[in-house]
Design a binder for this molecule. Structure first.
Ligand SMILES: Nc1ncnc2c1ncn2[C@@H]1O[C@H](COP(=O)(O)OP(=O)(O)OP(=O)(O)O)[C@@H](O)[C@H]1O
Ligand SMILES: [Mg+2]
Length: 219
């Protein structure tokens, strides 16, 4: 599928930005579109590393913001990853008001109400909900990147509660969960009332081997 094929379904600004960077859509992206990405459906995207999951999230977020349906939040497990996404999105979408919120979890960060896209980590988002940040009700696209953190014995429960709270607060929002490594994607999709997108295409070939005595022996 070419980007041109979905031109009429994308906001003109989003198309203009993407056109400069990509031509064809990757298999995961094409499947996400066919699974209702542009119609506001919830999605669980479970595809290999570097298969292009971020762009799926970007389309959901930018469509929500540019079509004035509401704002967007991008939740990641690590502050370093949040900063990386912030820089990436800020340089790509210069017309959109983007904020990075990874600081003090004892603050409600009222300044965030001026932004359309907020990039944050799970614990900070949890704290913003508990501080009753008013702008949360305007969220229309909620992205949970690296959702396999759910199985982390120490931080997983926080994420699970966070997602549960967000789903209760935002009944009409679109939830998109991304991961390269989910063992039970069907179960997760059912929990999120989401369509499941899976695919095996990867840009870099995966080699399997055994590491022993300082050496890797490939099969
Ligand atoms: N349609 C496309 N055409 C060309 N390049 C693309 C396309 N979609 C994404 N890319 C590029 O592929 C790279 C990897 O994409 P991305 O970071 O979204 O991977 P990912 O699926 O999130 O992987 P991970 O599971 O490791 O986080 C990025 O540099 C991105 O710009
Ligand atoms: Mg990723």
């Amino acid at each position: 599928m070419e980007l041109k094929d979905i031109e009429t379904r994308l906001h003109p600004y989003l198309f203009e930005v993407l056109e400069k960077e990509i031509k064809g859509l990757r298999p995961a992206q094409e499947k996400a579109i066919k699974s209702g990405l542009l119609e506001g459906k919830n999605l669980v995207v479970c595809t290999p590393t570097a298969s292009g999951k971020t762009l799926i999230a970007e389309m959901a977020m930018l469509q929500a913001i540019l079509n004035k349906k509401g704002r967007a939040v991008y939740i990641v497990p690590l502050k370093a990853l949040a900063s990386e996404k912030y820089n990436e999105f800020k340089s790509r979408y210069s017309k959109v008001k983007i904020a990075l919120s990874i600081g003090d979890i004892d603050s409600s960060d009222t300044y965030l109400e001026k932004y359309d896209l907020i990039i944050t980590v799970a614990e900070k988002m949890d704290s913003l909900i508990r501080h009753k940040a008013d702008w949360i009700k305007y969220l229309h696209a909620v992205i949970i990147d690296e959702i396999h953190l759910l199985t982390d014995s120490s931080r997983g429960p926080t994420l699970e509660i966070l997602i549960t709270l967000l789903r209760r607060l935002l009944k009409k929002s679109q939830f998109i969960a991304l991961s390269a490594t989910i063992g039970n994607p069907e179960e997760l999709a059912k929990w999120l009332d989401a369509n499941l997108v899976t695919d095996n295409w990867r840009p870099v070939k995966l080699h399997k081997g055994v590491y022993y005595n300082g050496e890797v022996e490939f099969y």
